[in-house]
Write a protein that binds this ligand. Structure first.
Ligand code: 5AD
Ligand code: SF4
Length: 455
């Protein structure tokens, strides 16, 4: 029986937070909660936050400002509301959030989600404000409830054909700009058997595509059923064998861990989609060394060659930072050169943002905002032209599309190509959750339009 209490979860940041938000909402279901999209009716509000750049972290405080009114209105109606800050801002700022925002009742770090129901109950019954940002000894994944076989009914929700599955969390790489090793902790790989169980549950509730997630996913080394550490390639091969699953992806990878067996998986595993997100961050060896990236431009270039040899149609995606402390004009030009040379189907680019506690934030060579803005603008122009070119190259081709949701217009459905482009086509909702050939008729800057060829 669905519960009568309501939880509202808002997600900021990366795909791992999307996954965590699902687990957070599901963890409260045994305690009589259902998820709601209506803020005003929620007894528990969770902001699952991101700390990767300053802008992302600031969003939380403006959202908390808005929540104040909601909480006051509910209080006037005699209703209690527990406002929870979860995720990486919670981990990084902890008690500071409580001090800065009187609206917050509970602060819970990413390693403590299995304790959330208990923490919510305590916050409700003891009427006190709680902070839990420990890195506990126990593994939260083994303490969280099993995945639901049927996705709980949510207002406006459609059958989710694609889902995330966190296989690895945390990072030991310590790139000098990055907060992840501090907010998510040391690298941890989940054991294979629990992952296969979770993948089966997700498939049985209609999932046809899984994206294996980790901050450093290709460093995966979880314990296999044979007692040995398995690589990501081996895990991919086991997940690919699950009946009912049609597509597999993984993200985010580090060039340093892009081993030959993983590259070979792109050649051998049919279900593994021809798409790879491989951040290079900067096109200058001096900057890469200052970033502690553990790879050079030449090594990155060589890696791409190997990957393209294994899977010639692979679409590449990357992350790039401009304006790292001390980056000269010439070094920035080297980033543009590398982008031009490789050609990306998709890319995410950012102005360097000094993060508290990271080594690069202490550098005295911080660049002026205008310099970073100008560089980002130039880079993004180049990247947008590459994405457009890639999309235009798909026109006239027949591409298998996994349809995931209804489109904005009546009678339209939207799915993804193997290369992760959104594809819009006329078709009815019975096609959702299926992979169907689509002839691409036109391309926009960020999506494709096509005609269904056979159902
Ligand atoms: N400033 C700007 N971009 C950053 N990223 C991580 N930390 C920072 C920072 N301090 C970017 C990197 C990473 C992506 C997830 O976010 O490019 O790959
Ligand atoms: Fe951050 Fe990725 Fe570097 Fe790890 S490898 S420190 S997550 S940028």
């Amino acid at each position: 029986m669905p519960g009568t209490k309501k939880v509202f979860v808002k997600t900021f940041g990366c795909q791992m937070n999307v996954y965590d938000s699902e687990r957070i909402a599901e963890s409260l279901i045994p305690y009589g909660f259902t998820e709601t999209e209506c803020l005003e009716e929620a007894e528990v509000i969770v902001l699952n936050t991101c700390h990767i750049r300053e802008k992302a972290a600031e969003k939380v405080y403006s959202e908390l400002g808005r929540l104040r009114q909601v909480k006051d209105d509910r209080r006037e109606q005699g209703k209690q509301t527990i406002v929870t800050v979860a995720g990486c801002v919670a981990q990084a700022e902890g008690a500071e959030i409580i001090a800065r925002s009187p609206v917050v009742d509970l602060v819970v770090g990413p390693q403590s989600y299995h304790r959330l129901p208990d923490l919510v109950f305590r916050a409700q019954s003891e009427s006190r404000r709680i902070v839990d940002t420990n890195f506990p000894e126990d593994d939260k994944f083994s303490r969280l409830p099993d995945r639901l076989v049927a996705k709980p009914a949510q207002p406006g929700a459609t059958r989710a054909a694609s889902a995330f599955l966190t296989v690895q969390e945390g990072c030991d790489k310590f790139c000098t700009f990055c907060v992840v090793p501090y907010t998510r902790g040391m690298e941890f790989s989940r054991p294979v058997s629990g992952l296969l169980d979770e993948a089966r549950s997700l498939i049985s509730r209609g999932v046809r595509e899984l994206t294996l997630l980790g901050q450093n996913v290709n460093a995966y080394h979880g314990e296999g059923p044979d007692g040995k550490d398995w690589t990501l390639a081996k895990l991919i091969s086991a997940v690919a064998k699950l009946e009912g699953l049609e597509r597999l992806r993984y993200t985010t990878s580090h060039p340093h861990d892009m081993n030959d067996d993983l590259i070979a998986a792109h050649r051998d595993e049919e279900k593994l989609m021809p798409y790879l997100h491989l951040p290079f961050q900067a096109g200058s060896d001096r900057i890469l060394a200052l970033m502690n990236r553990k790879h050079t431009v030449a090594q990155y270039r060589r890696l791409i060659e190997k990957i393209r040899t294994a899977r010639p149609d692979i679409a590449l995606s990357t992350d790039i930072i401009v304006g790292f402390p001390g980056e000269t004009d010439q070094e920035f030009e080297e980033t543009l050169t590398l982008v031009n040379e490789i050609g990306f189907a998709q890319a995410f680019s950012f102005k360097y943002s000094a993060r508290p506690g990271t080594p690069a934030a202490k550098s005295e060579e911080q660049l002026p905002e205008e310099v970073k803005t100008k560089r980002l603008h130039r880079l993004q122009e180049l990247l947008a032209s590459q994405t457009s070119r890639f999309n235009e190259g798909c026109v006239g081709q027949v591409i298998p599309v996994l349809f995931e949701r209804p489109g904005r217009h009546d009678g339209q459905i939207v799915g993804r190509s193997p290369y992760l482009q959104p594809v819009h086509a006329d078709g009815d909702a019975t096609l959702l959750g299926r992979v169907i050939p689509v002839e691409i008729s036109s391309a926009g800057p960020n999506s494709l339009l096509g005609v269904i060829r056979a159902a």
